[in-house]
Ligand binder design. Structure first.
Ligand SMILES: Cc1cc2nc3c(=O)[nH]c(=O)nc-3n(C[C@H](O)[C@H](O)[C@H](O)COP(=O)(O)O)c2cc1C
Ligand code: SF4
Length: 521
């Protein structure tokens, strides 16, 4: 008798692996062979619903049915349920795309993540990939850049700078060599979207970078990847090999008749190497120390050549823009924050994971409605937005919409889209201390306000906690913040005051001062 053949989709994503996905995959294979079933496991990215990982999917009647979260002990029962759809299984989640957390999203960047085999170029193409590159290959660089301008795309790495301006600047430079560099250092606490897309849909990044190379006239690209991402490294390197074989990269990139080469460079694990000029120094084999700007990397970047440097998610938005048009992308979002953002819900949250939606969604909707509030059920006290240098928002500001301008007007920033939730047991003075501690640890040391200021900040917070001249030391703390903002060479020292000031402004009681005594802006 022929063995029954079944194909399932199961994540290779780091979160799923950390939760035991590799052991579950092995147990599934064992159980399948014992039951005489010929099981094919396609390792995919994750759908981003972390509380359901490791989650298995099987296709039935055109829909993907999920089972999760799985442990190795579930394997025999799962095989039974796969062999006979009428078998009821407690971990059957029904159609994955009907799970409310998933259904409520607008997935432009993450549309394929968790669906396709990340290493298969044909699978990528079958799910709409390479259409953007095919169009870009037939367009002038100026027309590609015009589409990016129309889309309103802004950098997703943190600063939200209009993307087309950088592309235009690099394209206008005359040089024997130009570079395209992807910032995949993803150092912000509570962020993981770059990793997820590189693990789950690496061709999207490759396609976005190839389009950029053609548009600005660069024939060499580098992906600067943080060393803590070994799975992403493995997937990217194999996907790049496959992209060469498929003609996406190489001498006739995407059928353009022009060359674009791409390689992965693994960083050495320093937060400051995410800052673009430190990153370029590191990529050149030097110490990861910030360079003074100007000159801008777009004019004098890697090895002194014009260099386009963008975050992973910025490049990953590009293929959709070229395929569907700048207007299509621009119509999502609000104001000058166009398109979608893959928000990352982390910290003390019930439904942690990735949630891609248009700009304009409120913080509360993300963390309470979709994220389900805290895991413990305790009230939310603060949400830190945009990484370790981001503001702590109190309950009273959770109804703010997520867009660059609103956040800025409230002393915060969208950053890389990470939201870290803290419950009502959190001491915000400790969090302010942590901001200085982090800066002292990660400072590149080039300028005094940051190198010395961060250490003085830790000492000041300790004195405030101990009640030593509390009011006076709060005033000195505010002065120190101002000095760091005004005098730091880069945003590391310049933004460390943001979490400190927001903690002091919104949670003065944790510093033992009355709201009026806190003049923090
Ligand atoms: C201390 C520091 C750390 C940074 N870390 C990252 C990072 O991990 N990833 C990233 O894309 N951008 C990071 N940035 C922002 C980059 O300097 C730069 O703005 C970004 O790579 C530009 O790409 P984008 O316009 O696509 O956002 C960091 C900036 C600073 C000051
Ligand atoms: S602000 Fe800090 S990280 Fe940035 S250049 Fe100065 S010392 Fe280096």
């Amino acid at each position: 008798m022929m063995a029954t053949a079944i194909k399932v989709f199961f994540p290779l994503d780091s979160v799923a692996v950390a939760l035991g996905a590799d052991d579950v995959a092995e147990a599934l294979s064992d159980a399948a062979s014992k039951k005489g079933c010929n099981l094919t496991i396609v390792r995919t990215g994750s759908r981003g619903m972390h509380w359901l990982e490791p989650m298995l999917e099987v296709e039935r009647d055109g829909a993907r049915i999920g089972f999760g979260p799985l442990s190795p002990e579930d394997a025999p029962g799962i095989i039974d349920a796969l062999l006979d759809p009428s078998v009821k299984h407690a971990k059957n989640l029904g159609p994955v795309e009907e799970i409310p957390y998933f259904r409520e999203q607008t997935r432009l960047t993450f549309a394929r993540c968790g669906v396709i085999d990340p290493l298969s170029a044909p699978d990528y193409v079958a799910h709409g990939g390479l259409k953007g590159l095919a169009k870009a290959a037939q367009m002038s660089g100026a027309d590609v850049i015009a589409a990016i301008k129309t889309s309103g795309l802004r950098g997703r790495g943190g600063a939200g700078f209009p993307t087309f301006i950088k592309w235009d600047t690099v394209s206008r430079e005359t040089a024997d060599q130009k570079y395209v560099v992807c910032n995949a250092d993803e150092g912000d606490s509570g962020t993981f979207a770059d990793r997820m897309i590189m693990e789950g849909d690496p061709f999207l990044l490759i396609e976005g970078m190839a389009i950029a190379g053609l548009a600005v006239g660069a024939n060499q690209g580098f992906i600067y990847l943080r060393s803590e991402y070994p799975v992403a490294r493995r997937v990217l390197e194999r996907a790049i090999d496959n992209a060469y074989a498929a003609g996406v990269l190489g001498g006739n990139a995407g059928g353009s008749g022009r060359r674009f080469d791409l390689e992965v460079f693994v960083g050495a694990g320093a937060y400051i190497c995410g800052e673009e000029t430190s990153l370029l120094n590191s990529l050149e084999g030097k110490r990861g120390e910030v360079r003074a700007k100007p000159p801008l990397p777009a004019i004098h970047g890697l090895f002194g050549k014009p260099t386009l440097i963008q975050n992973v998610l910025t490049f990953c938005a590009v293929p959709t823009i070229l395929d569907k048009g700048g207007e299509f992308y621009r119509d999502f979002g609000m104001g000058r924050s166009t398109g979608t953002m893959p928000f990352q819900l982390a910290g003390d949250i019930k439904y942690g994971g990735l949630f891609e939606t248009a700009f304009g969604v409120t913080v509360r909707k993300l963390v309470e409605e979709f994220g389900g509030g805290t895991r413990s059920g305790a009230p939310i006290r603060a949400v830190q937005i945009g990484g370790p240098l981001g503001a702590y928002l109190p309950q009273s500001l959770l109804d703010l919409p997520m867009d660059y301008e609103t956040m800025l007007a409230n002393g915060a920033g969208v950053g890389h889209g990470g939201l870290v939730v803290f419950d009502d047991t959190t001491d915000l003075l400790e969090q302010a201390r942590y901001a200085f501690e982090f800066c002292a640890e990660e400072s590149c040391g080039k300028c005094t306000p940051c190198r010395i200021g961060a250490v003085r900040g830790v000492e000041l917070v300790d004195r405030i906690r101990e009640g030593v001249d509390r009011e006076k030391n709060v005033t000195v703390l505010e002065d120190l913040c101002e000095l760091m903002i005004d005098g730091s060479l880069c945003a590391m020292g310049g933004m460390t005051p943001i979490p400190v000031r927001s903690a002091l402004k919104h949670f003065p009681e944790d510093f033992g001062v009355k709201p009026a005594a806190s003049a923090a802006k």
